[in-house]
Design a protein around this ligand. Structure first.
Ligand code: HEM
Length: 303
């Protein structure tokens, strides 16, 4: 994080999405999976292509070109890396997927019991695609929200202990995954609405998270809310997000560090550019500049 900050400081004005949030999220997910540092630049380039492929519009336009090539490279790469981890286990998620040493779960729940080579690769690619985009969205939409509601940003800079509740508020206000889709397995009535078996149901998490019957003054960041964390940004039930803990940790560290840096909009009245994607909501661009003069080191570093 410190290296990224220094680079962007040297550049002056940056696009926070492309120059900060994406490299940071890719680095963290790459490290988690076990991508060696010397491959990080390669990983970042191709991860970006693979993640872009989630966007239906981009995927349709680029089906036969760069996205497909990056997917193929990824599959080959993870096949190779999985082989290395089998021979030489490390402390990373890929090792957990390929080596069954029973460290993590009881005998009924070992991941690697069920994971054949194809499942290992698809799990690695799933973690990559499910993980990077929503972290980028949380960092960039969260920063934009904090710039708009600068009182909370100032409070965070003055008291980093409120970071966990600030991050919960940012998750509530800016959930990246907007619309999980389900099929009703039986006839059911929810709050007076009949849903027939077989119907497709779309839950709009962004609306639930701003429900005025649940949250007073729902559009405001309020780190003092009693129900901080009661939001649906990570879903709920058996499909609750696998990456919630790492996302929370990373966002807390990032926003504490950024609060010390005092980022400002490059152009105050510039409308942020949102991606055209119904399912995964986020910013395409967020121009910021770092304000020099009060850049005390937060002491937080990603190593
Ligand atoms: C701010 C960041 C994130 C947000 C807002 C988010 C949001 C969500 C949501 C709403 C779901 C439930 C989808 C549904 O019910 O259909 C979900 C599931 C999932 N997430 Fe995340 N996610 C985030 C980060 C991550 C990360 C970092 C990873 C991996 C490292 C990850 C991996 C997954 C996986 C594998 C599932 C599927 C779980 C299952 O079906 O059992 N997510 N996420």
């Amino acid at each position: 994080m410190e290296a990224l900050y220094q680079q962007s400081l040297a550049a002056g004005a940056i696009d926070f999405v492309a120059d900060f949030a994406e490299p940071l999220a890719t680095y963290v997910i790459g490290e988690l999976l076990g991508v060696p540092p010397e491959d990080h630049a390669w990983f970042h380039t191709h991860a970006k292509q693979v993640v872009q492929g989630l966007d239906p519009e981009v995927a349709l336009e680029k089906t036969d070109s760069s996205i497909v090539r990056s997917r193929i490279r990824f599959v080959r790469y993870f096949h190779q890396l999985a082989g290395q981890r089998r021979a030489d286990p490390r402390d990373d998620v890929l090792t957990d997927l390929v080596v069954d040493d029973g460290r993590h779960c009881d005998a009924d729940a070992r991941i690697s019991d069920a994971a054949g080579p194809d499942e290992v690769i698809s799990s690695a690619v799933l973690l990559l695609t499910a993980g990077i985009a929503p972290i980028v969205d949380l960092l960039s939409c969260g920063l934009h929200e904090l710039i708009r509601q600068s009182r909370s940003f100032e409070r965070l800079a003055a008291d980093p202990r409120i970071a966990p509740s600030v991050v919960e508020e940012l998750l509530r206000l800016q959930p990246s995954v907007q619309c999980p889709v389900r099929k009703a397995s039986t006839d059911v009535t929810i709050e007076g609405t009949d849903i027939a078996r077989g119907s497709t149901v779309v839950a709009v998490l962004g609306a639930a998270n701003r429900d005025p019957a649940v949250y007073a003054d729902p559009d405001q960041i309020n780190p003092d809310r009693r129900r901080a964390g009661g939001h649906l940004a990570f879903g709920m039930g058996p499909h609750f997000c696998l990456g919630a803990a790492v996302s929370r940790l990373l966002a807390r560290a990032a926003f504490i560090a950024l609060a010390h840096r005092e980022p400002k909009h490059l152009v105050e009245d510039l409308d942020p550019v949102y991606r055209m994607n119904l399912m995964v909501r986020g910013l395409e661009r967020l121009p910021v500049q770092w304000v020099a003069g009060k850049s005390q080191d937060s002491g937080l570093r990603m190593t």
